[in-house]
Write a protein that binds this ligand. Structure first.
Ligand code: SF4
Length: 192
Protein backbone atom coordinates (compact mmCIF):
# COMPACT_ATOMS: atom_id res chain seq x y z
CA UNK A 1 0.00 0.00 0.00
CA UNK A 2 2.82 2.37 0.88
CA UNK A 3 5.10 1.53 -2.04
CA UNK A 4 5.99 4.69 -3.88
CA UNK A 5 4.10 6.91 -1.49
CA UNK A 6 7.07 8.22 0.46
CA UNK A 7 8.71 11.40 -0.75
CA UNK A 8 12.06 12.96 0.15
CA UNK A 9 10.24 15.91 1.73
CA UNK A 10 8.66 13.55 4.27
CA UNK A 11 11.95 12.04 5.46
CA UNK A 12 12.63 14.49 8.33
CA UNK A 13 9.18 13.79 9.80
CA UNK A 14 9.24 10.06 9.19
CA UNK A 15 12.75 9.81 10.67
CA UNK A 16 11.29 10.99 13.97
CA UNK A 17 7.99 9.12 13.89
CA UNK A 18 8.55 5.94 11.91
CA UNK A 19 12.23 5.14 11.31
CA UNK A 20 13.77 2.47 13.51
CA UNK A 21 16.75 3.72 15.55
CA UNK A 22 19.34 2.40 13.06
CA UNK A 23 17.90 4.56 10.27
CA UNK A 24 16.95 7.49 12.49
CA UNK A 25 20.56 7.66 13.60
CA UNK A 26 21.95 7.60 10.06
CA UNK A 27 19.42 10.21 8.94
CA UNK A 28 20.40 12.41 11.87
CA UNK A 29 24.13 12.16 11.12
CA UNK A 30 23.55 12.75 7.41
CA UNK A 31 21.43 15.84 8.11
CA UNK A 32 23.91 17.26 10.61
CA UNK A 33 27.21 16.37 8.95
CA UNK A 34 26.12 16.27 5.28
CA UNK A 35 28.25 13.18 5.05
CA UNK A 36 27.95 9.49 5.84
CA UNK A 37 30.51 6.78 5.26
CA UNK A 38 30.26 3.76 3.03
CA UNK A 39 28.50 1.34 5.40
CA UNK A 40 25.81 3.90 6.23
CA UNK A 41 25.39 4.91 2.59
CA UNK A 42 24.67 1.28 1.71
CA UNK A 43 22.39 0.56 4.65
CA UNK A 44 20.43 3.80 4.30
CA UNK A 45 20.15 3.86 0.52
CA UNK A 46 18.69 0.34 0.48
CA UNK A 47 16.28 1.24 3.28
CA UNK A 48 15.08 4.26 1.26
CA UNK A 49 14.67 2.04 -1.75
CA UNK A 50 12.59 -0.31 0.42
CA UNK A 51 10.38 2.64 1.40
CA UNK A 52 9.48 2.97 -2.25
CA UNK A 53 11.53 6.06 -3.09
CA UNK A 54 12.49 6.15 -6.74
CA UNK A 55 16.13 5.97 -7.78
CA UNK A 56 15.94 9.55 -9.08
CA UNK A 57 14.61 10.75 -5.72
CA UNK A 58 17.40 9.01 -3.81
CA UNK A 59 20.02 10.34 -6.27
CA UNK A 60 18.71 13.88 -5.82
CA UNK A 61 18.50 13.56 -2.06
CA UNK A 62 22.04 12.20 -1.72
CA UNK A 63 23.45 14.83 -4.08
CA UNK A 64 21.69 17.69 -2.27
CA UNK A 65 22.79 16.51 1.16
CA UNK A 66 26.43 15.78 0.24
CA UNK A 67 26.71 19.01 -1.79
CA UNK A 68 25.97 21.13 1.26
CA UNK A 69 29.61 20.45 2.12
CA UNK A 70 31.13 19.20 -1.11
CA UNK A 71 31.28 20.90 -4.52
CA UNK A 72 29.36 19.14 -7.24
CA UNK A 73 32.49 18.24 -9.21
CA UNK A 74 33.94 16.40 -6.20
CA UNK A 75 30.57 14.75 -5.67
CA UNK A 76 30.55 13.63 -9.29
CA UNK A 77 33.92 11.97 -8.79
CA UNK A 78 33.06 10.51 -5.37
CA UNK A 79 31.27 7.44 -6.67
CA UNK A 80 28.27 8.07 -4.39
CA UNK A 81 25.92 8.59 -7.32
CA UNK A 82 27.26 5.46 -8.99
CA UNK A 83 26.58 3.55 -5.77
CA UNK A 84 22.93 4.65 -5.72
CA UNK A 85 22.44 3.60 -9.34
CA UNK A 86 24.25 0.35 -8.61
CA UNK A 87 22.01 -0.45 -5.63
CA UNK A 88 18.97 0.18 -7.80
CA UNK A 89 20.37 -2.29 -10.32
CA UNK A 90 21.31 0.23 -12.99
CA UNK A 91 25.09 -0.24 -12.90
CA UNK A 92 27.60 -3.05 -12.62
CA UNK A 93 26.03 -6.48 -12.62
CA UNK A 94 22.61 -4.81 -12.67
CA UNK A 95 21.38 -7.01 -9.89
CA UNK A 96 18.67 -5.44 -7.78
CA UNK A 97 19.92 -5.20 -4.19
CA UNK A 98 17.61 -5.96 -1.29
CA UNK A 99 17.36 -3.81 1.86
CA UNK A 100 19.17 -5.29 4.86
CA UNK A 101 17.22 -7.09 7.57
CA UNK A 102 17.96 -6.81 11.28
CA UNK A 103 20.07 -9.96 11.46
CA UNK A 104 22.30 -8.83 8.62
CA UNK A 105 22.76 -5.43 10.27
CA UNK A 106 23.26 -6.86 13.76
CA UNK A 107 25.74 -9.52 12.73
CA UNK A 108 27.46 -7.40 10.08
CA UNK A 109 30.71 -5.56 10.64
CA UNK A 110 29.96 -2.82 13.13
CA UNK A 111 30.82 0.82 12.72
CA UNK A 112 34.30 2.02 13.59
CA UNK A 113 34.88 5.57 14.74
CA UNK A 114 33.11 8.15 12.58
CA UNK A 115 30.76 5.53 11.12
CA UNK A 116 27.08 5.46 11.94
CA UNK A 117 25.81 2.27 10.32
CA UNK A 118 24.82 -0.89 12.16
CA UNK A 119 22.21 -1.38 14.87
CA UNK A 120 22.45 1.11 17.76
CA UNK A 121 21.31 -1.57 20.22
CA UNK A 122 24.12 -3.88 19.20
CA UNK A 123 26.83 -1.44 18.18
CA UNK A 124 26.58 1.59 20.48
CA UNK A 125 28.14 1.35 23.89
CA UNK A 126 25.72 1.71 26.80
CA UNK A 127 26.68 5.34 27.53
CA UNK A 128 26.17 6.51 23.97
CA UNK A 129 22.99 4.51 23.58
CA UNK A 130 21.60 6.04 26.75
CA UNK A 131 22.50 9.54 25.52
CA UNK A 132 20.90 8.84 22.17
CA UNK A 133 17.68 7.53 23.72
CA UNK A 134 17.63 10.53 26.01
CA UNK A 135 17.97 12.89 23.02
CA UNK A 136 15.01 11.06 21.49
CA UNK A 137 13.04 11.69 24.68
CA UNK A 138 12.65 8.09 25.76
CA UNK A 139 11.71 8.18 29.45
CA UNK A 140 14.40 7.00 31.87
CA UNK A 141 12.40 4.01 33.09
CA UNK A 142 12.04 2.59 29.60
CA UNK A 143 15.64 3.43 28.76
CA UNK A 144 16.75 1.34 31.70
CA UNK A 145 14.58 -1.51 30.47
CA UNK A 146 16.06 -1.18 26.97
CA UNK A 147 19.60 -1.19 28.38
CA UNK A 148 18.80 -4.36 30.34
CA UNK A 149 17.54 -6.06 27.18
CA UNK A 150 20.66 -4.96 25.32
CA UNK A 151 22.83 -6.36 28.10
CA UNK A 152 21.09 -9.70 27.56
CA UNK A 153 21.79 -9.32 23.81
CA UNK A 154 18.07 -9.05 23.00
CA UNK A 155 18.61 -6.34 20.43
CA UNK A 156 15.41 -6.73 18.42
CA UNK A 157 13.31 -6.91 21.58
CA UNK A 158 15.02 -3.72 22.78
CA UNK A 159 14.08 -2.16 19.45
CA UNK A 160 10.48 -3.34 19.85
CA UNK A 161 10.46 -1.69 23.25
CA UNK A 162 11.58 1.56 21.60
CA UNK A 163 8.71 1.07 19.12
CA UNK A 164 6.21 0.56 21.93
CA UNK A 165 7.33 3.70 23.73
CA UNK A 166 7.38 5.89 20.62
CA UNK A 167 4.03 4.57 19.42
CA UNK A 168 2.41 4.50 22.86
CA UNK A 169 1.61 0.80 22.60
CA UNK A 170 1.77 -1.75 25.38
CA UNK A 171 2.78 -4.41 22.89
CA UNK A 172 4.37 -3.82 19.49
CA UNK A 173 2.20 -6.60 18.09
CA UNK A 174 4.72 -7.92 15.56
CA UNK A 175 7.99 -9.84 15.62
CA UNK A 176 10.58 -7.34 14.43
CA UNK A 177 13.02 -8.61 11.85
CA UNK A 178 13.47 -5.81 9.31
CA UNK A 179 13.85 -2.01 9.40
CA UNK A 180 11.41 -1.64 6.49
CA UNK A 181 8.90 -3.83 8.34
CA UNK A 182 9.31 -1.51 11.33
CA UNK A 183 8.47 1.44 9.11
CA UNK A 184 5.37 -0.20 7.61
CA UNK A 185 4.07 -1.28 11.01
CA UNK A 186 4.61 2.24 12.28
CA UNK A 187 2.71 3.77 9.39
CA UNK A 188 -0.19 1.41 9.99
CA UNK A 189 -0.22 2.23 13.70
CA UNK A 190 -0.07 5.96 12.99
CA UNK A 191 -2.87 5.58 10.46
CA UNK A 192 -0.86 6.97 7.53
FE1 SF4 B 1 17.40 -1.43 13.08
FE2 SF4 B 1 16.66 -3.95 13.52
FE3 SF4 B 1 18.47 -2.77 15.10
FE4 SF4 B 1 15.92 -2.07 15.20
S1 SF4 B 1 16.78 -4.08 15.74
S2 SF4 B 1 17.66 -0.68 15.17
S3 SF4 B 1 15.31 -2.23 13.06
S4 SF4 B 1 18.70 -3.25 12.94
Amino acid sequence: KLEGQVSVAQLPTFAKTSFPPCMRNIHEVFTEMHHIKHGARLQFCLFLKGLGLSMEDVRTYFRQEFCKKMDSETYGKSGHDYMVRHLFGKEGKRSDKTPYGCMKIITGSGPSSGDCHGCPFKHMDATNLEKKLDSWKIPKVQTREILRLVEGQHYQIACSKYYEVTHKKGDAGFGLNHPNQYFLESQITLGN
